[in-house]
Write a protein that binds this ligand. Structure first.
Ligand code: COA
Length: 321
């Protein structure tokens, strides 16, 4: 059985930071960043929080779906950059938008977060626990990034995207696959608060995002096409039948590598990372919102979503829009 996304919304911080602006902070150049990543600019919070961006995206998704907040039964926020450990972002968003009847909780699967939250929402609906869900991917990664490290600070951006989905009883091609490999977690990590209590030595300062870019690159180009192949086989369709591949927006060269391995034209791989950078769990829902609002996604189209990132985690989903 399937779920249908009937509304999308997104919100980005007001400030856009161009590659040229970063040239003033670290030893880099617009040319290097564009050639290696495809990124030209990204939005960076000057105060907007994960909760505020999420709430704004949710309100737009509800308006697009023609539903009101009181109808929402499940509210999931995928994020790895919440402002608060407790309460979770989802509960704060629930209060902000007035989704008073929703069960609300967060989920962290880094850049695969939105996809994993979508799968969780599907499982809740399939189990009969709820009939609809607001699913959010939201990050303010700029507070976790070391702004003196040129190999990471140029990559990431802040933002939030949300979808409103409803359960449909009819069987269709909706299928998904999810994977995780914790043994490779060191390739992309960001430590949280350090242990500090009366019985320990003074804690070290928590480090920022650390990444082995080459490892992540190789992992993505190998694992993403594999998982897309897996999910297409489950759905009983071929890559040629897919209208759009909406992939996690990390690096243009990664997307090109995946398209090549799947034998598909880049035309089928929409890209917005040139304007927004890598927004982790927000990347897929923000891109979906842009595609929906510009009518590039239309009802009946066969869409593949695929996310990958820290954990390591990765997965894919195929659906009929
Ligand atoms: N500007 C200029 N030079 C830079 C730079 C920057 N912003 N960042 C790194 N460099 C330098 C390196 O120091 C290195 O210099 P050296 O050869 O003198 O040591 C050189 O550029 C090449 O570095 P390398 O890491 O080999 O570059 P790369 O081609 O692998 O590109 C990434 C680096 C990060 C762009 C690329 O590996 C990548 O995108 N990986 C995936 C990262 C990702 O998507 N992470 C999130 C996953 S969800």
């Amino acid at each position: 059985m399937s779920i249908k996304i009937i509304g999308t919304g997104s919100a980005l911080p007001e400030k856009s930071v161009a590659n040229e602006d970063l040239e003033k902070l670290v030893d880099t150049s617009d040319q290097w960043i564009r050639e290696r990543t495809g990124i030209g600019s990204r939005h960076i919070s000057t105060g907007e929080t994960v909760t505020q961006l999420s709430a704004a995206a949710c309100e737009k998704a509800l308006a697009d779906a023609g539903r009101n907040a009181e109808e929402v039964e499940l509210l999931l926020v995928a994020t790895c950059s919440p402002e608060t450990g407790i309460p979770c972002v989802a509960c704060q968003v629930q209060a902000a938008v007035g989704a008073v009847h929703a069960v609300a909780f967060d989920l962290n699967a880094a850049c695969s977060g939105f996809l994993f939250a979508l799968h969780t929402a599907w499982a809740y609906m399939e189990a009969g626990i709820c009939r609809n869900a607001l699913i959010v991917g939201a990050e303010v990664l700029s507070k976790l990034v070391d702004w003196t490290d040129r190999s990471t600070c140029i990559l990431f951006g802040d933002g939030a995207g949300a979808v409103f989905a409803e359960y449909r009883g009819e069987p269709d091609i909706f299928r998904f696959v999810q994977h995780a490999d914790g043994s490779k977690g060191g390739a992309l990590r960001c430590d949280s608060r350090q242990l500090k209590n009366p019985y320990t030595e003074a804690a070290l300062e928590a480090p920022w995002v650390q990444m082995d870019g080459r490892d992540i690159f190789a992992f993505a180009v190998r694992r993403v096409p594999e998982s897309i192949g897996e999910v297409l086989e489950k759905a009983g369709i071929t890559a040629d039948e897919v209208d759009l591949f909406v992939l996690h927006q990390a690096n243009y060269r990664i997307i090109e590598g995946i398209a090549k391995r799947l034998g598909q034209d880049m035309e089928k791989f929409p890209v917005n990372l040139d304007r927004v950078g890598n927004m982790s769990s927000a990347a897929i829902p923000v891109l979906l919102d842009e595609l929906n609002r510009s009518s590039r996604i239309r009802r009946g189209m066969k869409i593949v979503l695929s996310g990958f990132g820290a954990g390591l985690t990765w997965g894919a989903c195929v659906m009929q829009w």
